[in-house]
Design a protein around this ligand. Structure first.
Ligand code: AMP
Ligand code: ZN
Length: 481
């Protein structure tokens, strides 16, 4: 089976085919760094992480970009303080320079991301570092008749110049016209036009532009950064469901307006994480953060499992019962990993495709789920059948090693044991054995300096060597056995 993904643009599941065989260019809309990201935001980022891991495990060479929005993301029309820059609001709230606000929340984002076992994207561009690219893109849009400058120096995208506007969200121009509020902004040619550049000498973060000092619109940031880092065409673009309109609709209008080519082949959107049946959001104040849950005794690995368990195209309801259950599941997986390491007793696993029958069928089930539009719950059935069957059969040696290898492969995608620190320990065993062998070889060759260096390396890994007459054994420093 090959990977199929549900494309929000066509509203269909489609076989995934990257532009360039074997290579995937992926852009994920990242956090606005005006506050700490909550676990709802992380549902969207975790989806991107699992997708990347599955693509990599399927043999693709993935380049992943996740931006950091540190200017220009304004409050929506239906929120209090509508139209204000979120960074400026945070700056006023915390009595801190907006640049400091950005630094503070970017650091927290990376900290939470690491805790949740989300791989760092290959690039995490900050919007404020790509202002020149944004200005260049706006100039192209003006030159091509897709944008216009008004008296105040603001630049707007001319929605009527792009007939496909509305295709992603399903909003037709007529719908949008009827739905548009009575506009207070008389500068716009059409109430649906959106800002590419806001000229504002009072804005706390501002740059020179051909239209006056000001700042870019949020939508143009992602169009410019994705082009700068991935080129004019992307294989995959992701975001939360609220990004579909207006953010991604506007990105398409900008990128396709500027380049004249299809911007994104596959659009993927994560449905919201809810709390008690309602939206979890910074604005509503009913949010939980990764470290908060961790302080309450729920390990980040459990939060990770809970967030990735449901299908990304279905709303997920957060409950503490669910989190407690996930915590137990993580413990069960850890126990299984340890027991299987013991049962394998250093035996080598067979290559994929040649492993014990029940291991192969569990692996197939896992892949079947992942290939079907990242249906993680079906994939987890595969994982749990591996546990069940292995426990039932109680294999040892090579068969147990097969089960362990399959567990490793699955967790390379799910990242749950890895986040719990479990596979690192398992990996460490292999690493320690390799280093001990290398040290033995160095001693044979009377290369004492090298042998000592390897001992130091092992000490740094927390491993103590015990030279006995039957050879070398080792233990974790501080462990009793
Ligand atoms: P923001 O920091 O507001 O720019 O949001 C960052 C990402 O999180 C975007 O892709 C949003 O669509 C997504 N997001 C925001 N709230 C939620 C939620 N409750 N559940 C899932 N994703 C969300
Ligand atoms: Zn974006």
């Amino acid at each position: 089976m090959a990977l199929v993904l549900h494309n929000s643009l066509t509203r269909k599941k489609e076989p995934f085919q990257p532009l360039q065989p074997g290579k995937v260019r992926m852009y994920n809309c990242g956090p606005t760094v005006y506050g700490q990201a909550h676990i709802g935001n992380f549902r969207a980022f975790l989806f991107a992480d699992v997708l990347r891991r599955w693509l990599e495990s399927s043999g693709y060479d993935v380049t992943q970009v996740m931006n950091l929005t540190d200017v220009g993301h304004l409050r929506e029309d239906d929120e209090a303080d509508a139209g204000a820059d979120r960074m400026e609001l945070a700056s006023a709230r915390e009595q801190l320079d907006p640049w400091k606000i950005a630094e503070k929340y970017i650091a927290l984002f990376f900290q939470d991301q690491r805790a949740l076992g989300i791989k760092r994207a290959h690039h995490h561009p900050r919007a404020t570092e790509y202002i020149a690219e944004m200005i260049a893109m706006i100039e192209v849009l003006i030159a091509k008749g897709h944008a216009y400058v008004v008296d105040t120096g603001d630049v707007y995208y001319d929605v009527q110049s792009f007939p496909a506007y509305g295709q992603l969200s399903g909003n037709t121009l007529e719908d949008l016209e009827v739905g548009a509020r009575i506009e207070v902004n008389a500068d716009k040619r059409d109430p649906r036009d959106f800002a590419l550049w806001k000229t504002d000498a009072k804005h706390l973060m501002q740059w020179d532009s051909p239209w006056g000092r000001g700042f870019p619109g949020w939508h143009v940031e992602c169009s410019a950064m994705s082009e700068a880092l991935l080129g004019e065409q992307l294989d995959i673009h992701t975001g939360g469901e609220d990004n579909i309109f207006p953010h991604h609709e506007c990105e398409i209008a900008q990128s396709e307006g500027a380049h004249g080519t299809t911007f994104v082949r596959t659009w993927l959107h994560t449905r919201f994480l809810q709390v008690d049946g309602g939206k979890m959001s910074k604005t509503l104040g009913n949010l939980y953060t990764v470290d908060e849950l961790s302080e309450q005794g729920y390990p980040p690995a459990a939060t990770r499992l809970l967030l990735l368990k449901g299908h990304y195209r279905q709303v997920l309801n957060f409950t503490f019962e669910g989190l407690a259950e996930a915590t137990q599941t993580v413990a069960k997986l850890q126990r299984f990993a340890r027991e299987t390491v013991e049962a394998a007793d250093g035996a080598a696993a067979r290559p994929r495709g040649e492993r014990a029958g029940w291991v192969e069928s569990a692996t197939r089930k896992f892949a079947e789920g992942m290939d079907d539009d990242l249906n993680v719950s079906v994939a987890l059935d595969g994982l749990f059948s591996l546990l069940r069957e292995t426990n039932r059969r109680g294999p040892t040696g090579a068969e147990a090693a097969d089960a362990l290898a399959a567990l490793h492969d699955m967790d390379a995608v799910l990242g749950v044991l890895e986040t719990a620190g479990e596979l690192r320990e398992v990996d460490l065993d292999a690493e320690v054995e390799a280093l001990i062998t290398a040290r033995g070889a160095a001693r044979e060759a009377r290369d004492w300096a090298r042998a000592d260096a390897i001992r130091d390396e092992l000490t740094a890994l927390g491993i103590e060597l015990l030279d006995g007459k039957d050879g070398v054994s080792w233990r974790r420093i501080g462990a009793s056995t």
